[in-house]
Design a protein around this ligand. Structure first.
Ligand code: C5P
Length: 232
């Protein structure tokens, strides 16, 4: 990272699926007028390409091909006049498609590949622009922005995370089974925490917040308080 970029404020928000990272990151970014990086969306875009091309993400022979897809990923994040983010893959709107459970599972499989993580590193760092960035993911504080002065690690029990996911799906009119969702979350957590490259762990200097019993507003307030202490 250049000296210029390290001077800009960066808040990294890491944690497992369903810990509230996406919502909290968006609200913190809005409150502070900072840019946002949804790094999970990049892994999901690689996963969608892999699924569309019928490439098995768990066959070692396919790693070079998946790396090429990640390296050449033709993706764009557009903010509409209403302030919503539209995600494009090869000019097609895939904002909803990448949120499918299948895409999340495949994302966590391609995310175990060292070459894929390397291919996405510079792309992620390029999101850091004036006036600063809120970076949401699994390795934002440990690998992508290790110099950030404010690193947050969000957690919540698997039960709560499963219920949050169930409610999200209900809002979209999709029926799902809580036990199945909890099992998928646990499977994904295990893969994210146990992979060799950039495993999901809090950075040594991260502030951990358990969101299980907190409202969104309460978590946002804690992050904003920590931001003032770190940067103002
Ligand atoms: O956050 P989200 O659920 O969209 O991420 C999908 C998957 O992408 C995660 O389960 C994880 O395996 C992977 N990921 C990652 N590193 C990041 C962000 C996401 O490995 N920084």
């Amino acid at each position: 990272m250049s000296n210029h970029s390290t001077m800009l404020p960066i808040i990294t928000i890491d944690g497992p699926s369903g810990s509230g990272k996406g919502t909290i990151s968006q609200q913190v970014a809005d409150a502070l007028g900072l840019h946002i990086l949804d790094s999970g969306a990049l892994y999901r875009l690689v996963a969608l390409s892999v699924l569309q091309k019928n490439i098995s993400p768990i066959c070692a022979d396919n790693e070079a091909e998946i790396y090429q897809l990640a390296e050449k990923l033709d993706a764009a994040f557009l903010t509409t006049d209403e302030g919503e983010v539209k995600i494009l893959l090869e000019d097609k709107d895939v904002t909803q498609a990448i949120r499918a459970e299948e895409c999340g599972k495949t994302a966590s499989q391609v995310a175990t590949l060292k070459t894929v993580r390397k291919a996405l590193l510079t792309r992620q760092r390029n999101f850091l622009q004036t006036p600063g960035l809120v970076a949401d993911g699994r390795d934002m504080g440990t690998i992508v922005f290790p110099d950030a002065k404010l690193k947050i690690f969000l957690t919540a029990s698997t039960e709560i995370r499963g219920k949050r996911r169930l409610n999200q799906l209900k809002e979209q009119g999709i029926n799902a089974n809580l036990h199945g969702l909890i099992r998928d979350i646990e499977e994904r957590d295990t893969r994210d925490m146990q992979r060799k490259d950039a495993p999901l762990v809090p950075a040594a200097d991260a502030i951990t917040i358990d969101t299980s019993k907190l409202s969104i507003d309460e978590v946002v307030a804690l992050v904003l308080k920590a931001y003032k202490k770190a940067y103002l």
